[in-house]
Design a protein around this ligand. Structure first.
Ligand code: TPP
Ligand code: MG
Length: 343
């Protein structure tokens, strides 16, 4: 039985004639994706320079950008924590505000009351990591999809989670609910092949997340997670299905974490050769080569753009770090105004 048969509003009509907002068949669309990847890498590397606790997403930009580009403002997003700042930037957030949210300084959306530490402040229709408990975000995203399905219209949710997070029980509960209620949600498993030091190949029973999704009756595909165009293509297909009332889909995007789990990770669990082999498949280099071939965009231009953007991000991240909120701000919204008088 479909959601429409259960009495939910018919999404088919609302979705008629809709297309993704980034058109990768045009040079302009491809450049837009490239710029988003550059911003993702630049912000991430700027954070590495200023935040010793940072969990970098270097190497995973194709999943993040292809997975979350070109959505509408009405769509909700719930990215995996690694790479979530890039999604915030794609939603139009000012990088200085994203950085302030990570440091919990005065320029943040919360005015310094909330600190992201390794991920951005939640934003408009952006579900963040409210707790450090992995998998909870997937359930919030599923709840958001339930809400959107009841509103009518054709808005969807795109929700990312890591290969380690895939094993949290709440992820299975969420997949089950999404399938049973035919919710408008696209799940993206961002498989960077490790959960801290544990290899995904030794952790995911049933072969892969694609196989697991099939068990829930959710259409699922494996996609090359280092190819931004391939990810976007499958993501668009899945979004289109959700907009038309076809329910959830899952993309399993195989990629690789080029950096450690966090900055000072000794990485004793993998070899330098393995990392080097994947560095040769760096999604930015790969896409720059594609742009050179298809659009005459030179490799020099690509490198300059990345260097310039990284310098810009380093400056603004450094400034954000220094803007400490006033000490009085710490308790400003912790107590009722008359707390002092009442005691
Ligand atoms: C429920 C829960 N279990 C364990 C942890 C500790 N932890 C933090 S990051 C992480 C690895 C997560 O792996 P994955 O989902 O693949 O994301 P990645 O770090 O590879 O991006 C773990 C186990 C946690 N935060 N929450
Ligand atoms: Mg992982």
């Amino acid at each position: 039985m479909t959601a429409v048969e259960r009495g939910a509003p018919d999404r088919t009509e609302a979705a008629a004639g809709r297309r993704g907002r980034v058109d990768p068949t045009t040079a302009e669309g491809r450049r837009e994706l490239w710029r988003a990847m550059v911003r993702a890498r630049a912000f991430d590397q700027a954070m590495c320079a200023h935040n010793p606790h940072w969990h970098e997403a270097r190497g995973e930009e194709a999943v993040v950008v292809g997975g979350f580009a070109g959505l509408d403002a009405e769509d909700a997003v719930a990215p995996h924590f690694r790479g979530a700042c890039a999604v915030s930037l794609m939603r139009g957030e000012d990088p200085a505000v994203v950085a302030a949210g990570v440091f919990g300084t005065s320029g943040s959306r919360s005015g310094g009351h909330w600190r992201g530490d390794i991920c951005p402040t939640p934003g408009d229709r952006m579900i963040g990591m409210f707790s450090g408990s992995l998998g909870t975000t997937v359930s919030y995203a599923t709840g958001a999809a339930l809400h959107l399905s009841r509103l009518g219209g054709d808005a969807v949710v795109v929700c990312g989670f890591g290969d380690g997070t895939a094993n949290a029980g709440i992820v299975s509960e969420s997949l089950n609910l999404a399938a049973m209620l035919s919710l408008p949600i696209v799940f993206i498993c961002q498989n960077n092949q490790y959960a801290t030091s544990l290899r995904a190949s030794r952790a995911i029973a049933g072969g892969s997340m694609t196989a697991r999704a099939a068990g829930f009756g959710i259409p699922a595909v494996d996609v090359d997670g280092n190819d931004v165009l391939a990810v976007l293509d499958e993501r668009d297909r899945a979004v289109d299905r959700a907009r038309r009332g076809g329910g959830p889909s899952l993309l399993h995007a195989l990629t690789y974490r080029l950096g450690g789990h966090y900055l000072n990770d000794p990485e004793a669990y993998r070899s330098a050769e393995e990392v080097a082999a994947w560095r040769a498949r760096d999604p930015l280099t790969r896409f720059a080569d594609e742009l050179a071939r298809r659009d005459g965009f030179s490799r020099d231009d690509a490198e300059h753009e990345l260097a310039r953007e990284t310098d810009r991000m380093k400056d603004l991240v450094e400034r954000a770090k220094e803007e400490a909120p006033p000490v009085t701000a710490v308790s400003a919204s912790a107590y009722a105004e008359d707390w002092g008088a009442a005691s």
